[in-house]
Design a protein around this ligand. Sequence first.
Ligand SMILES: O=C(O)C(=O)Cc1ccccc1
Length: 268
Amino acid sequence: METLTLGPAGTYSHRAATAVSDDVAFTESVTAIVEAVADGEYDRGVVPVENSIEGSVTESLDAFAEYDVAVVKELITPIRHALLAQNEGFELVASHAQALAQCRGYLEAEYPDVDLEAVASTARGVERARDDPAVAAIGHPDTAGEDLQILAEDIQDQASNATRFVVVAPADERSDAGGKTSLIVYPNADYPGLLLEMLEPFADRDINMTRVESRPSGERLGDYVFHIDIAAGLYEARTKEALADVESIAENGWVRRLGSYDTEHVLN
Ligand SMILES: O=C(O)C(=O)Cc1ccccc1
């Protein structure tokens, strides 16, 4: 099964993807991954969606609202960042925006004068450091190779740094089976109590909401798309009932079921 993820090789996404596939290809944008899977060019995509320190990868959420894909699994993996460079004489740290943010406190305390540069992925930053002695990278220590020194390990601002990735598949592979479900709701309405109304169908049926996140719809200021994860499967009667209620609340907009899935913890 050919799986597309964030590259080049050595990213955290790559490490997560190898847990579900032995045929991994790379691109340097999360949106491009979701689009390629929606178009049927790849069987699977692995994208980061949420980090315990830095929060949402909003580009992934927006891509799920834009392209029709199914979520077939979630992967949770600990993230331990290292500082990698040819030597201590660097002036700039290049990494994925999430990695820079996860190490913000460390960088401010240890290297207050260095510049930061957000690049497409941690592995892209490592390539920059390999090419340029003035550049350091933040990434997995295994990416140091022969050319880079591991100047510091475990530099993330919280010891328990975890990232949630999801495995996306073409929309027709959506499953109703699984302990969790991801939904996107666009109510296309705005009145007092709308959000409360939208959440009640789950609360009333004892369905635990594991996440709710609003993203701008792009239509107009103050108009939102809601990304909702619940700890229940689409196969369950209570989920079907709750969704029927949510659908009537969103009658002017839409409700998308990304699918039900289970969680795999990846320690690699
Ligand atoms: O750039 C990477 O290695 C990624 O896979 C994205 C990312 C960045 C930081 C933490 C988790 C995932």
